[in-house]
Ligand binder design. Structure first.
Ligand code: HEM
Length: 402
């Protein structure tokens, strides 16, 4: 272990606001299972693709039920709700099977035309304007509208999801835990959802709120409060992740003009381009696991109770798996990235939906606005959990039509 590695603090938001990749590469090469003791609570920092996959797929030894965050911020604010992402088997298995009914391939396919309509209406709004903030005016809107659509929130109220989301992020997303704004936003959302449940009790529809009210496994249903807790998780999990893949994806295209030309000339590359955006951006910096027993990993002795942190972006630049890993390549294949998790029981429930949103957004955006350009420096989100962009000025250019 070099002296340098001892001074690295991967829990500082500033580390993620700058370019983290050279440091992550050094760690991966010199000390891939690194004992990180420079922060409030020590943990093992995992930076190799195969180690992250192995730990994700061994939940009996490396569990999620004892927390998923490194400190402050992510996860902790969710503790009071019945929460899929911090549960272990058998409770996780039961709940995951239940809520998965809302995310079947058939249901996601049905959403595609809605996702396209929503994208079109977002682009209609900005068409004709000279310079826009791509984050606020475009990328932030789609994921919140889509979560609204999934839940069954009527179109005229879908902007509320964005308002709540902003309230929650501003309240809790800056790495210092929560403040009153965040709790107020959660309160408004819960009240609204309780109203929806009341309405669906009278007359069910085919939306997710109705579906969860009726869903039952082994004769057991989820309480309505726990259902609302799950909807809040979707709000946390589906929003900034998708938004930042879209924003980071556009920035990557702007920084690699040859790849933008390739994608514009060959729209069928959109599927592999979306995967490469996920890999390259890796908007979720980490999830944590806790050892349930003593274990060994790459020669290091892990003790029961130790924390292990999976740094997805580091695994996604592992040269053992991705040739020329720092290159953004919209034709990259195969692309076994771990931006949506390293496999195992907690693999992203919204993966198909997130992928759909990214694909449809870039299909529509690049077709309508082929001359789109990033016109200024993006500003970064201050967080150690989401590697994201807060503002990014963009000029759309001529609209070639919806
Ligand atoms: C496209 C961008 C997205 C990224 C990069 C992303 C990333 C992730 C990651 C890294 C995990 C943890 C995996 C693990 O611990 O093994 C996860 C879990 C999860 N994601 Fe996503 N996600 C995205 C979109 C979405 C969307 C759109 C939704 C839903 C609307 C969603 C819902 C969830 C849920 C519910 C979990 C917890 C699953 C469980 O614990 O069983 N995600 N996601």
């Amino acid at each position: 272990m070099s002296m340098d590695n001892e001074r690295i603090d991967l829990t500082r938001p500033e580390f993620w606001m700058a370019d983290p990749y050279p440091t992550l590469a050094r760690l991966r090469e010199s000390d891939p299972v690194h004992y990180h003791d420079t922060a409030a609570h020590p943990f093992w920092a995992l930076t190799r693709h195969d180690d992250i996959v192995a730990v994700s797929k061994t939940p009996e030894t490396f569990c999620s039920g004892k927390g998923i965050a490194i400190q402050g911020g992510s996860g902790e604010e969710m503790a009071e709700f019945e929460n899929l992402v911090t549960m272990d088997d058998p409770a996780h298995k039961w709940l995951r099977a239940l809520v998965s009914r809302g995310f079947t391939p058939g249901r996601i396919r049905t959403l595609e035309s809605h996702v396209r309509e929503l994208t079109t209406s977002i682009l209609d709004e900005v068409s004709g304007r000279d310079e826009i903030d791509f984050v606020e005016d475009v990328a932030a809107l789609l994921p919140s509208y889509v979560i609204g659509e999934l839940l069954g929130v009527p179109r005229q109220d879908q902007h509320l999801i964005k308002v709540w989301s902003d309230g929650i992020t501003e309240g809790g997303g800056e790495g210092d835990g929560q403040n009153e704004g965040g709790f107020a936003a959660i309160g408004h959302m819960m009240t609204y959802l309780a109203g929806m449940q009341e309405a669906r009790r009278q007359s069910p529809t085919d939306d997710l709120v109705s579906l969860l009210m009726q869903a039952e496994i082994d004769g057991r249903r989820l309480s309505e409060q726990a259902q609302r807790g799950f909807f809040l998780l979707l709000e946390f999990a589906g929003n900034e992740t998708t938004r930042n893949t879209i924003v980071g994806g556009l920035l990557a295209l702007a920084e690699h003009p040859d790849q933008a030309v390739l994608l514009r000339n060959e729209p069928s590359l959109i599927g592999s381009a979306a995967e490469e955006m996920l890999r390259f951006v890796s908007p979720v910096t980490h999830f944590r696991r806790t050892a349930t027993k003593d274990a060994e990993l790459r020669g290091r002795t892990i003790q029961e109770g130790d924390w292990l942190v999976l740094f997805y972006g580091a695994g996604n630049r592992d040269p053992e798996v991705f040739p020329d890993p720092d290159r953004f390549d919209v034709t990259r294949y195969p692309n076994p990235h771990i931006a949506l998790g390293g496999g195992g029981p907690h693999f992203c429930l919204g993966a198909a939906l997130g992928r759909l949103e990214i694909r449809v957004m870039f299909e529509e955006l690049l077709r309508r606005f082929p001359d789109i350009e990033v016109t200024g420096r993006p500003t970064r989100v201050r967080s150690n959990f989401i590697r994201g962009i807060k503002t990014m000025p963009v000029r759309l250019g001529k609209d070639h039509g919806a």
